[in-house]
Design a protein around this ligand. Structure first.
Ligand SMILES: Nc1ncnc2c1ncn2[C@@H]1O[C@H](COP(=O)(O)OP(=O)(O)OP(=O)(O)O)[C@@H](O)[C@H]1O
Length: 232
């Protein structure tokens, strides 16, 4: 579970500050895809960046987990936020941001090996997980290809699998279909919905259009940095 409570985020703007997120509250449950929609500039990406612990808000809480064991990510130092992100948060950006020199399999392996101890048994565990994920996103047969040998949709699949390598509780996805045609976009959305259910991640997904509404379990509308209006 992830919950943003009363989050405000401002940026410097000339002599003053611009409010990108204005006391926004929203909640993402485990196994549920929560869509975040709203007009351009309303604060969707800023909300996702705060949830990802990439930006610390001016105020408010970013809770991971429920009850007494919940962590407020907004209170963590930059170093602890990085550690938390590596362990518990998976991120998929608009563009897949794959490393051009690496094959699909290697993109996942590199991510899986980040930050942990070395050792043959850990490596074998990661490799098995990488194969399982490549299969889950339908890419086993193309695992030896580099990004330029993959279609846009396949690259997004690699990025999604890579975000899941360290078994995060929270999956954050920013406009995953923006570079895809409608059919490929629908496939990616269905894949995210399936993986969310199977793996129980709390998935927050920013989307500016609602063409793929059927893949979203919940939807919140962001208006002027406020995220408190559920859409039926
Ligand atoms: N790094 C930054 N510095 C200054 N202002 C920023 C920064 N990032 C975002 N903003 C401002 O914060 C507001 C919210 O931006 P944000 O990118 O979160 O909106 P969005 O809803 O994701 O927009 P879009 O759909 O166009 O991507 C906008 O007014 C934007 O100009």
């Amino acid at each position: 579970m992830i919950a943003l409570q009363d989050v405000t985020l401002t940026f410097p703007d000339g002599a003053g500050r611009i409010t990108a997120v204005d006391r926004a509250s929203l909640r993402g449950e485990n196994g549920v895809v929560t869509g975040i929609t709203g007009p351009s500039g309303s604060g969707k990406s800023s909300i996702l960046a705060v949830a990802a612990t990439l930006i610390r808000p001016d105020s408010g809480r970013v809770l991971l987990g429920d009850g007494p064991s919940a962590i407020d990510a907004a209170q963590l130092s930059a170093r602890d936020a990085t550690a938390l992100r590596r362990e518990r948060i998976g991120i998929v950006f608009q563009q897949s941001h794959l490393l051009p020199a690496l094959t699909a399999r290697e993109q996942l392996q590199v991510m899986g090996r980040l930050g942990g101890r070395r050792g043959a048994s850990r490596r074998a565990r990661i490799d098995a997980r990488v194969e399982e994920l490549l299969h889950a996103v339908g890419l086993s047969e193309h695992a030896g290809r580099r990004p330029h040998q993959l279609s846009g949709g396949q690259r997004q699949r690699v990025a999604i699998a890579r975000a899941l390598v360290h078994e995060p509780d929270v999956l954050l996805v920013d406009e995953p279909t923006s570079a895809l045609d409608q059919e490929r976009g629908a496939e990616i959305m269905r894949l995210i919905a399936r993986l969310t259910r199977e793996r129980g991640t709390a998935t927050l997904l920013v989307t500016h259009d609602l063409v793929h509404r059927e893949s979203l379990d919940e939807l919140v509308h962001v208006v002027d940095g406020r995220a408190a209006v559920p859409v039926s």
